[in-house]
Design a protein around this ligand. Sequence first.
Ligand code: DP6
Length: 330
Amino acid sequence: MDESFGGGTTAVARAHSNIALVKYWGKRDAVLNTPAVGSISVTLDALHTDTRVTFRTDLGDDEFLLDGRRGDVTRVSRVLDLVRERAGHGQRALVSSTNNFPTGAGLASSASGFAALATAAAGAAGLALSDRELSILARQGSGSAARSIFGGFAEMHSGVAADGSDSYAEQLLDSSEWPLSVAVAITERGQKSINSTVGMVESAATSPFYSAWLDSAGDDLVEMRAAIAARDFARLGELSEYNCLKLHALMLSTRPALIYWNAATVAAMHAVRDLRGQGVAAYFTIDAGPQVKVLSLPADAAAVQAALANVPGVLEVRGSALGLGAHRLE
Ligand code: DP6
């Protein structure tokens, strides 16, 4: 904790974005934001959020700046309220976040954003929280953020407890234990139409496939854990694509339909399958947006990025290694 910034208590933290290989979609409890299914992700080195939190006695309300512009403070205040409750004070906070990637381009800014916020807010309040406690805190900002507390490979547990105390992420492997590459093909820069929070509630309420999604999640988690433990890349990749396409089948069968793909998204999926036909082990995954993330071994990363850059409609390709967990920057 540093007391020099504007008379308040300040902390700064960095967290990286993550991409789920076995995905979260659906909530067990909307208020506590506990997921209906567990998930497994990799944290991405190339995409991060830096967040500065300062608690001050002279503020009437929390204030949130995202890349210098006033952002929606609702979820930010929800996380800050939990920190204030634990710290036993009611001070409002100034929160300033910057992303090193275009905000709102569907690059999972809520995962890195809320993991950085939880870490910085706890630090600024002088709370020494464990990674598990930080994960639970980040989850209440955004479910996927619970995983970004950890680097490398992380698993989020849906949990069963009514108070959400067993709904947190844990690290499966450090990034150095199995280096993988991820290429992110950006096919659209605008905001997506339906955000995840809203979309998953609609899927649960309307899709006849939702119960099958819940019933089959456990098998995917067991298989993914085994693939990671065995460092079996083909198994990890094949399962990632399967789980991603199963999620999109659920989205497509939601009423009204959640169609997150554009023409370039589909073209990129075919390009990845063509690469495999040529002997390059590459596998795609896609979240609630049009960008395509492609997993490969580091030796194939350049070939994967070149192939994606050639896909009509792909605007930009970013390469990433696996990254670190959330950490303080001071
Ligand atoms: C498709 O974590 O953004 O990216 O908890 O409502 O904030 P909230 O949802 P969010 O959902 C992420 C959905 C996903 C899959 C995943 O990251 O596991």
